[in-house]
Ligand binder design. Structure first.
Ligand SMILES: Nc1nc2c([nH]c(=O)n2[C@H]2C[C@H](O)[C@@H](COP(=O)(O)OP(=O)(O)OP(=O)(O)O)O2)c(=O)[nH]1
Length: 282
């Protein structure tokens, strides 16, 4: 098995850098500079989720080769994909992210196995290593540009309140295009307010309950209104408290199965796999 590892520092928080790594556009255009055409084969949302597939057309010795990969993990601290088909016996790509102050260190590792015995090993030394190094460089530059621009955005917090293995979802009443669709309690972080304080305030306003934030969940999600959605897990301060829909149509405690079935707002759909993991951990 051959491996190449490269690292880079991104001037954005971990969850924002994690979102940029999942961004369909950086995946599709990130390698254009080295002549690689990439496109999503599934019909992904703005951010890739586990199960999405990408095809890369790589010019090698004048012959375009197609490499097809599938996303297997899309979390704030790890984004990875594996080979579905292409001119390798095995290919695995994994980016791991570590917070470093307000910045994020990305370690990008590609591991692969070439076919054709010694001929493959020659191609490996002559071509593949050079190509993978260039690809890692280009992709990191594309991800850095997107992450650093997103880091300037204002934040909307969403709250994943978990109680007895279920999570609270609420159904919107307005605007008309979103009426009937589901979201997490939350809203805009006010100037000078911490995200945790915004979570507590919004839950009091929208649900009439007191919550304690317990940590970040999933990557950020860019919103069409130019803001960033960022999810915090939380628990009820009083386990007997009953959240009620103050502004929304309905609130509902859902389990992992119902989570997958609900008609979420588009931004929340790309977080369903992370929320399901949260419920499975409790
Ligand atoms: N609270 C919350 N907002 C979400 C989620 N997903 C999602 O796209 N959003 C969007 C909807 C809104 O455009 C924005 C939240 O800001 P907000 O709470 O101040 O907005 P709102 O629509 O309730 O009120 P407003 O724009 O009429 O002032 O984020 C989610 O899960 N929770």
């Amino acid at each position: 098995m051959s491996a190449l590892r490269s690292t880079g520092l991104i001037n954005a928080p971990l969850a924002t850098a994690g979102a940029a790594l999942r961004h369909t556009r950086t995946a599709e255009t990130g390698l254009a500079g080295i002549g690689v055409r990439a496109r999503a084969l599934t019909d992904p949302a703005q951010l890739l989720v586990p199960g999405d597939e990408l095809a890369f057309r790589v010019p090698a010795l004048g012959v375009p080769l197609t490499i097809r990969t599938r996303i297997v993990r899309a979390e704030p601290d790890v984004f990875s994909s594996v080979l579905v088909s292409g001119p390798f016996r095995e290919l695995r790509h994994e980016s791991t992210l570590t917070a470093s102050g307000g910045r994020t260190l990305v370690t990008d590792e590609v591991r692969w196995r070439t076919p054709f015995g010694s001929l493959g090993r020659i191609a490996d030394t002559a071509l593949v290593r050079r190509w993978i190094l260039a690809a890692q460089d280009q992709r990191l530059a594309a991800v850095r540009e997107v992450a650093e621009s997103w880091a300037e955005r204002k934040v909307v917090v969403g709250t994943a309140i978990v109680h007895k293995g279920r999570m609270l979802a609420q159904q919107r009443r307005y605007p008309a295009r979103d009426a009937g669709r589901w979201e997490l309690p939350g809203g805009r972080v006010e100037p000078g307010e911490s995200e945790q304080d915004a979570v507590v305030r919004e839950c009091a306003e929208e649900l009439d309950v007191e919550v304690t934030p317990t940590g970040r969940i999933g990557t950020d999600v860019p919103l069409d209104n130019g803001m960033l959605l960022r999810i915090h897990a939380a628990r009820l301060v009083d386990p007997e408290a009953a959240p009620r829909a103050v502004e929304h149509h309905e609130v509902r405690w859902i389990d992992a199965g119902e989570l997958v079935e609900l008609d979420w707002l588009d931004a929340d759909k790309v977080l369903v796999h992370s929320l399901r993991d949260l419920l499975r951990r409790r």
